[in-house]
Design a protein around this ligand. Sequence first.
Ligand code: HAM
Length: 411
Amino acid sequence: MKLRSVRGTHDVYGEDITKYKLIENIVRKKAELNSFNKLETPIFEFTELFAKPLGEQSDVVLKEMYTFEDRNQEKLTLRPEYTTPMIRAAITNNLLNELPLKIFGLGPMFRRERPQKGRYRQFNQINFEIFGSNDFMADLELIIIGNEILETILPNSNFILNLNTLGQKNNLTNYKTKLGNYFKDKKEKLSDESKEKIETNPLRILDSKNEKDIIISNGAPTLQEFISIEEKNHFSDIKKGLDFLNIKYVENNKLVRGLDYYCSTVFEFKTSELGSQDTILGGGRYDGLIGTLGGPDIPGVGWAAGIERIAMLMEPNINNLIKVHIAISDKKYNSHLQKVMNILRKNNIHFYWNYKYNIKKSLSKADSNNINYIIIIGEDEFNNNYYSVRDLNTGQQSQFKENEIIKYLND
Ligand code: HAM
C-alpha cells in the first residue's frame, strides 16, 4: 500500500504551527477584550442540523457534506460550518437565558470541495457570533473585531471589506421569485451550472464568475426595491460607523454569500493575493435561523475566517522568539551544559540542542536562519565557569557568567 494523505487534507508542521499558534493567541486575546466567551462543539452532529438551515439545494448540502450512518442507523455529518452547531449548543445547554450571547470558537470544518490553493476538504475556521441583538452595533462590532484581527495578523496585506444588505427574509423571498422568473426567460444564455440554480437558489447566479452569467446578471432586477426603509437605515448606520472609524469598504450588490440562512447585512473581507479563493473572512445576519432550529425567535449575526488562508498571507519567519542553539565540544562538560539548559528552561527561553558533542557537527545541523544566539561550551568555558555567547545578527561573541546570561538574551 502506498502511504498517502486523503485528497484535500493537509498536515500542519514547522512554520505553520508557529503561525497557527500566533493566530489563535491573537483571536483569543481579541475575544477576551471584547467579552466573547469560548464555545467548543463536537466535530460531528446529526445531519438534519445542517441540511435545512444551510439550504437543501445549496452546494454545501448537495455535494460537500461528509455524512455517514452510525451503527444505530443515525445519520451524522462532520460539521461543514460552525454557526449551526453553535446555535444547537446554545439551545441544548440553555445558554440563551441571558441575551445577548457573545461567543467564539476555533476548529476544523469539513467540506468535500474541489481542492485548490486555499481550498481544502478539512480546514480550520475562526468563528464569532452574537445571538439576541438586532442592533446595527452588533453587526458593526463584529466587523470591527474581524478587521482588527486581520490588521494585527496581516499588517502588510491588502484586504478590503465588501458589504451588502439582502433585506429581511420575506423581502428576500419575494425578490428570489422575481429573479428566478427573470433567469428562466434567459435560461439558454446561462452557464450549465447557473441553469441548475434557477429553481434552487437564483441569488447565487448573481455572484457567478462566468462571463455568460455576468452579462445576463447585469440586466437582472435589483434587490434595492425590495428592501424596507428600516433595513436601509440599519445598513446606512453600519456604514456611518465604519466611516467614523476610517475602516474602508466597498458596497458590492452582487455579494450574496453561499449559505441559505443569511438576510440583512452580509460582508466579506477579500484579498487579491490568494487567487480565486479570495475571501479571508465572511459572514452576516441570520435572523430567523435560531427559531427555525427550535430556539427562541431571536436574531443572530456572525462571521467565520479561514485560518489556512490567513496563514498563507502571513510573512515567513514571523517567529521573533529568542532562539538559542547550544553547542558543546565534549561530553566531559556535560554538567556545564545541564546548568545552562536549566537556566534557559526556567526563564522560558526558546533553545535547541541536538545531542552532538562536537561544536562543528552541532552547528552544521543548526538551522541558522531561525537562530539568534549560539551558546558555546568548550574546555575553557568549563574550566573557568563561563559561557561564550555569539550574537548571530552582529557576529559579536562575548563571555558571560551563569547569572548574566538571561539579562543579556532578554535585552
Ligand atoms: P463561509 O463563507 O462558508 O461562511 O466560510 C467562511 C470562511 O472559511 C471563508 O471565507 C474561508 O476563509 C474559509 N473557508 C471556507 N471553505 C473553505 C475551504 N474549503 N478551505 C479553506 N478555507 C475555507 C461560513 O462558514 C459561515 N458559517 C460564516 C458565518 C458565521 N456566518 C455567520 N456566522
